[in-house]
Design a protein around this ligand. Structure first.
Ligand code: FES
Length: 578
């Protein structure tokens, strides 16, 4: 007799709909799915769910149909039954007010659809920035065997003989247009070339960073990170993912066996060594939180001091994802990083990371991945800052910053929020000079809300015209992983909850010292306390719906901007370990 919710159940017997009679529930379920033409023989196979995040609003997932077909083929070849199901899809440019606001919603959708529907393992297909974190967060909470496939990077384009790709070049060309260095006709021509095919951004932005992290975590098949979206290689990775998912289902290798403390530490090493997106720290913190791990930012910073940047990709370097793929992809990088990795961490193949590297194709001469002996940048891409302006921490992508500004003291020019910034940043009478520090408030998790990527504050037009290329910028928001500049982000606690950032005023002095990991507001504590009393911060709230849930439940950047009730109920450790 079938029992309701028996964890040892497999296939169509898993998670029966509750009618009070489990055998009838199974009888009814089989009757309905047979309506789609399935036989009993098919329904006896291990069921592999495939999350379909294709959407007309998501060109980064524009190859979804082909990927699903290839995953289904892999599942069938390995003796499983593939069943695709839809979830929310998020694209950076089609998610108002910001995709980060919806990441947790997608994670809930993913978790609950995995829980609700019968599947023995799941292949998650994502790509665009927030989708992979959302899927891993949801799958980690659902707890069944899971495997991540990414859609792959887009191809690069060409503008007047120069290779261009989203989105480092989007910002570079837009900056030139703002500075009157190129005209409307040229910027329109560039617009046609930046995204040359479907797939995710072609530089080391958040999507590429998360793709590399997937491989470092061991939660995707070896080689999953780098094949471009429109290649045969990408489809072969998809087919293999389907076959490995059946293996996962048979061995019942649940996601907690893969997403271990060692796996997270490997992922952090890789994040630092690829000059990866600062956003990945927030996402890794959220995924780790679902598994019961707290992220220790101070320990992460220490990891950064001994993990050089090896990957020469924009925005920290010169190349694109397709070049990384031609250079051997993550195998080349992981092989070089071997002395710093936990090679005994298990992967979805059932073998360890070390065993997979041993089995990989031999190395060859290439110039995209540097050696540990001759790195691109001596320290890791990201440094963690502290000080009275960010008692809970802040971060800077030092590999994409101007070395001349890393030790800097300047006068604050404050913008009270995104609307204030938009209103005044290009005004000719804005009181701003080279050497000042731009401060943007109210773009944190609760402030905007959703912690938008507005931390890449544009250079004020009058300075851009005068040839200023970089300026220190500080906010409680995020920035795109594709952006470049001396930009301090994720200031915690954020201004919307009364963090010190809320009390900065134009004219205050601010000191940034990346070597000392310091971000300080040079204003006495007593004066800050007086300002806090004079202008207390009102908590953000909403009357109904998802916004209400978001504002009530969202955590700060150092806790992954996840909802507090979605974290694992118990903490089992800290990552990285000291
Ligand atoms: Fe989707 Fe860049 S917009 S990855």
């Amino acid at each position: 007799m079938a029992q309701p919710d028996d964890p040892s159940d497999t296939g169509m017997r898993r998670g029966l709909t509750s009618y009070g009679d489990a055998d009838f529930s199974l009888f009814l379920r089989k009757a309905f799915i047979k309506g789609a033409g399935y036989t009993d023989a098919a329904l006896d196979r291990p069921v592999i769910g495939i999350s379909d995040t294709g959407s007309g609003y998501n060109p980064c997932h524009g190859n979804m149909a082909q990927l699903i077909e290839a995953v289904q083929r892999g599942v069938m070849l390995a003796g499983g039954l593939p069943v695709k199901f839809p979830t929310i899809s998020l694209h950076e440019s089609f998610a108002h007010p910001t995709s980060m606001y919806l990441r947790n919603l997608m994670s809930i959708d993913t978790e609950e659809m995995i829980r609700a529907q019968p599947m023995d393992a799941v292949v998650l297909i994502g790509g665009c920035d927030k989708t992979v974190p959302a899927q891993l967060m949801g799958a980690a909470s659902a707890g069944i065997p899971a495997l991540q496939l990414v859609t792959g990077s887009m191809l690069t384009g060409s503008h007047r003989g120069e290779t261009v790709g989203a989105c480092t070049d989007c910002r570079r060309y837009w900056g030139r247009y703002r500075a009157d260095q190129i005209d409307a006709q040229e910027i329109a021509a560039v617009n046609d070339q930046l995204v040359a095919s479907v797939g995710t951004c072609s530089v080391m932005g958040t999507a590429s960073t998360m793709a590399c992290i997937v491989e470092a975590l061991g939660i995707g098949v070896p080689g999953v990170a780098s094949p471009p979206a429109v290649t045969a290689g990408r489809l072969r990775v998809a087919e293999r993912s389907g076959a490995v998912a059946v293996q996962l289902a048979r061995s019942r290798l649940t996601i907690d066996k893969i997403l271990t403390a060692k796996a997270f530490e490997n992922a952090m090493r890789v994040l630092l060594a690829i000059g990866g997106s600062t956003n990945a720290i927030v996402h890794l913190t959220a995924i780790a939180g679902r598994c019961g791990f707290d992220v220790d930012l101070a320990a992460l910073d220490r990891l950064g001091r001994e993990t050089p940047v090896l990957l020469d990709l924009k925005p920290s370097g010169a190349h694109y994802m397709e070049d990384f793929h031609a250079a051997g992809g993550m195998t080349t990088l992981l092989r070089e990083l071997k002395p710093l990795l936990h090679l005994d961490a298990l992967t979805v193949t059932g073998r360890t990371l070390g065993e997979e590297l041993e089995a990989a194709a031999p190395p060859f001469h290439q110039t995209v991945v540097h050696t540990l002996a001759r790195p691109l940048y001596r320290e890791g891409g990201i440094a963690v800052l502290k000080g009275n302006l960010a008692p809970g921490g802040a971060i800077i992508k030092q590999s994409a910053a101007d070395p001349k500004l890393m030790e800097h003291e300047g006068r604050a020019v404050v913008f009270e929020g995104a609307a204030d910034l938009a209103r005044r940043i290009d005004a000719d009478d804005l009181d701003v000079h080279e050497g000042d520090v731009l401060v943007l408030k109210h773009i944190g998790p609760k402030g905007a809300p959703g912690m938008p990527e507005a931390g890449y504050i544009p250079i004020p037009r009058k300075l851009a015209r005068a040839g200023v290329k970089d300026i220190v910028r500080i906010s409680d928001g995020r920035m795109s992983g594709t952006a470049f500049g001396t930009i301090v982000l994720h200031v915690t606690p954020e201004s919307a909850v009364g963090g010190p950032l809320a009390h900065v005023r134009s004219g205050d002095r601010i000191r940034l010292s990346v070597s000392r990991r310091e971000i300080s507001l040079l204003v006495p504590d007593a004066e800050l306390a007086r300002r806090a009393q004079e202008r207390p911060v009102q908590p953000s709230s909403a009357e109904r719906g998802y916004r209400k849930l978001f504002l009530q439940s969202v955590t700060q950047a150092d806790q992954g901007v996840d909802f507090d009730f979605l974290r694992a109920p118990r903490t089992i450790g800290r990552v990285p370990k000291d």
